[in-house]
Write a protein that binds this ligand. Sequence first.
Ligand SMILES: Nc1ncnc2c1ncn2[C@@H]1O[C@H](COP(=O)(O)OP(=O)(O)OP(=O)(O)O)[C@@H](O)[C@H]1O
Ligand SMILES: [Mg+2]
Length: 304
Amino acid sequence: MDKPVIQVKDLYKIYRIGTNKVRALNGVDFSIEKGEFCCIVGTSGSGKSTLLNMLAGLEKPTKGQIVIAGEHIESKNESQLVNFRQAHVGFIFQSYNLMQNMTAIENVAMPLTFQGVSKWERERRAIKMLKLVGLGKYMRHRPGEMSGGQQQRVGIARALVVNPEIVFADEPTGNLDSNTTIEVLQLIKKISREKNQTMVMVTHDNYLAGFGDRIIQIRDGKIIRNVDNREQARRQMEELVNGTASAPEASPQAENTAAAQTPENTTAMQTEDGAQQVTDAQNKPGSIWDEVNETIKNGGDIQS
Ligand SMILES: Nc1ncnc2c1ncn2[C@@H]1O[C@H](COP(=O)(O)OP(=O)(O)OP(=O)(O)O)[C@@H](O)[C@H]1O
Ligand SMILES: [Mg+2]
């Protein structure tokens, strides 16, 4: 981790509905370093998706600056933004957004068609990427023939196949059960770490945000907390892998005690139990982790 790859200065997004103004982002400043796994956390309606969409150049800010990989996003036109996204950015969506009539290989290979990669090479890289996410046996399956967790792993493979510098993920585990949530989160973290990619993940779940190297907490369009969380994230992951996860409701990430008891923290509470089961799964022969670890050991770099 070294220099900032994302810099946001005095960012505003104001939506006008009739005579009503909604300040979805109300003066936001922060930066994210290269290689950081940054979690943006906040309750529903706090402005998380708005912020992510601005960063990815999907929406124009009302005011302010966004500098990504040295380029000013806010001053780009539509076609410049398309080029920028293809060159630097990968997305993981809550609802996977896979093409239902395509196999896993075809879905993952798709972003490479925009880069003029040959069909043979596209397939080769897609297969390597699918093995990296532990889906070697499901490469010819269509989304309807896979579980939610498997579909999201296809979504991850598709986002990462172009080897993007930055990956944006909006509630990537929002549709998954607690065990699968942890599994998918570990996978995202492991791969982005291996490739020194910068990852920006939006979540409403304080426990999940606790895995971030940096936590940016947002409320009513303003940042109310921005902390370097590397040490705690390492510890939280260690506790998870060793099966000694402490009660998530005791986590220092909870905004306050009342917040820890709101329904939005239900997943966090369920994950304590999930943690043990994922640890068991990681130790069991034949789990996805064998394939993931093996692929990484064999030089998981899909570009080679
Ligand atoms: N296109 C839009 N037009 C008008 N208001 C909008 C629009 N998009 C978002 N908003 C408003 O901006 C605020 C922030 O919305 P945003 O979608 O960023 O929240 P969020 O934190 O992602 O919430 P959630 O966790 O529910 O996804 C909300 O008050 C929302 O109603
Ligand atoms: Mg949202």
